[in-house]
Design a protein. Structure first.
Length: 551
């Protein structure tokens, strides 16, 4: 018996000697005060800015203000149960969200957690929500269009892949409708869309998701939700989360589009948490870093340059660093030129190849709501100065039945024709100026009936062109239909069509072209321009249609 006791004692002794405690040192603090979605915490000496913290009841927060004696934390979730004296633990993880292909087709909250009842998400990793934007050298020119399917936009204020185009206007003027039409139009175009709903009612968001599903657009869309009844902290981080999800696709060589609907409510949420954390208010009670809030978000939209490598002539496909001769990758705006120069030095038996996962893009469509058309308010002017142009929607035009209610006078794209296909440039080159001139002329013509013949002709064509540019909601138009319709209207083929019948004329024209002359539209899509031969066929087809069509 004594031998057995000795054996057990010996085994215990060995276990005690070999035991190495796995001590984890955790930064811990205590809540000094809490309420209205924020908490002031004492301790957390080694906390980083934007680091996630966890309260004793499991609720998460983000370290927002790093002060001398305390840390200001914004609470992401139910803040009513957080009380004075509760312990807070630093997680060591900077605020980040799940990213990857698995999110496509899903509805998630601002933390990337699924809220659509379709089970867990198979994501490929985490990505910090805050990130430094790509530098100038990593970018290339914007020259590929994002086809919105809306004639008034594709023809006059084109959006390019990698651009930041603001949609601005009063409430109920069709801002969200333009963004949703654009998402619907990306079906089959290899463009992943992220729709970020900030401060909207859950019922409205559910309607939007149902609409996207009905049009088959959820197959290429991620919806990020920070609803009106959620904390200001979640509304503040939602656009950054959506941007991080889009960056994952961009940095894997793909194209993504992110819609922020809308940044006015995002600014309100930021103002709320900032004032509660005693950040000094400035103009219109917004904190002084409001410009930085939106600039560091929108600057992340870019078109990355395509990288090249010199490879063996027998190599096929896209290259990686190990495929490159000498392991060298040529990056930046001069990448192709530098690779060709290196190829000359190598001689025969080599060629240049595109590097895999380069050349992706992230396009941003921020939405801003104005009050009574005041574009000179603080938030609108900030976002206008950050973006590459704006689509301004006007209440008067909307109420007059001109929808989309785009004011062509102050709407602009600073990328412009570079982001259009050549076919659209050919037919819509002067359209924006002509429509702006028509609106001015129409306003002037109200006061007098004695107009010379050329003015009357300009007004008549302008009226018909205005009708052509009207478009029902959720019915995007294909590129070839846009080009053929605008070509017909600008070249006088609609001049004798009664104004009230222009919509019927357009519908009949597109059906006629699809049935009788399908090769004309096919040629426009394939060559992305109207060749002289195809222009002759198009004119002949329009003459034939004009002869047969009756109002």
């Amino acid at each position: 018996m004594s031998d057995l006791i000795k054996q057990i004692t010996s085994d215990f002794q060995k276990q005690i000697e070999t035991y190495k405690p796995e001590a984890t040192v955790s930064d811990v603090g205590t809540v000094l005060e809490a309420g209205d979605g924020i908490a002031r915490v004492k301790g957390l000496a080694n906390i980083k800015s934007q680091e996630l913290v966890q309260f004793a009841n499991g609720v998460m927060g983000i370290a927002f203000n790093l002060e001398k004696d305390s840390v200001g934390v914004i609470i992401m979730g139910a803040f009513d149960e957080i009380t004075e004296g509760m312990t807070v633990r630093a997680t060591g993880r900077i605020a980040s969200v799940p990213v990857g292909e698995g999110l496509v087709g899903r509805v998630v909250n601002a933390l990337g957690e699924p809220i659509d009842g379709k089970g867990p998400i198979q994501f490929s990793g985490y990505r910090p929500i805050e990130r430094i934007a790509p530098g100038v050298v990593a970018r290339q020119d914007v020259d590929t269009p994002v086809q919105t399917g809306i004639k008034a936009i594709d023809a006059m204020t084109a959006i390019g892949r990698g651009q930041r185009q603001l949609i601005i206007g009063d409430r109920q003027t069709g801002k969200s409708a333009i963004a949703i039409d654009t998402i619907i139009n990306q079906k089959g175009k290899d463009l992943v869309c992220i729709y970020v709903a900030i401060g909207q009612k859950k019922a409205a968001i559910a309607r939007t998701v149902a609409l996207l599903e009905r049009h088959g657009a959820m197959d290429h869309t991620i919806v990020v939700v920070a609803a009106a009844d959620e904390s200001a902290a979640l509304q503040y981080i939602a656009p950054y989360s959506g941007c991080a999800m889009g960056e994952e696709f961009m940095e894997n060589g793909r194209d993504a589009l992110v819609v922020y609907d809308d940044l006015s409510k995002h600014a309100w949420a930021y103002r709320q948490v900032s004032l509660l954390l005693r950040r000094p208010p400035g103009r219109e009670a917004y904190p002084g870093d409001l410009f930085y809030l939106h600039s560091r978000l929108l600057e992340r939209a870019s078109r990355l340059s395509v990288n090249y490598a010199v490879v063996k002539a027998s190599f096929d496909g896209e290259a990686t660093q190990k495929d490159a001769v000498d392991g060298k990758i040529y990056a930046g705006p001069m990448a192709e030129h530098d690779a060709k120069e290196a190829l000359k030095a190598k001689g025969d038996g080599f060629k240049i190849a595109r590097v895999a996962n380069s050349g992706g893009s992230l396009t941003a469509l921020p939405i801003i709501e104005t009050l009574l058309g005041d574009v000179s308010a603080y938030v609108p002017t900030n976002v206008i100065s950050i973006t590459d142009g704006q689509i301004y929607l006007e209440s008067n035009l909307f109420n007059a039945g001109i929808r989309p209610a785009v004011n062509v006078g102050i709407s602009v794209s600073r990328v412009g024709g570079a982001a259009q296909t050549k076919a659209m440039r050919q037919v819509a080159g002067r359209l924006r100026l002509d429509m702006a001139a028509y609106r001015e002329l129409a306003a002037f013509a109200q006061f007098g009936s004695d107009l010379d013949k050329s003015t009357q002709l300009q007004l008549n064509r302008g009226r018909r062109m205005q009708e052509v540019l009207k478009q029902p909601q959720y019915q995007p138009t294909s590129l070839e239909h846009q080009v053929m319709t605008i070509f017909a209207a600008t070249n006088g083929f609609a001049d004798d069509v009664p104004v009230e019948k222009v919509r019927d004329w357009e519908t009949a024209l597109t059906k006629f072209m699809d049935v009788s002359y399908p090769e004309v539209g096919k040629d426009i899509v394939e060559k992305k321009q109207i060749t002289p031969d195809n222009e002759k066929k198009l004119r002949d087809a329009l003459d034939a249609f004009k002869a047969t069509w009756q109002a």
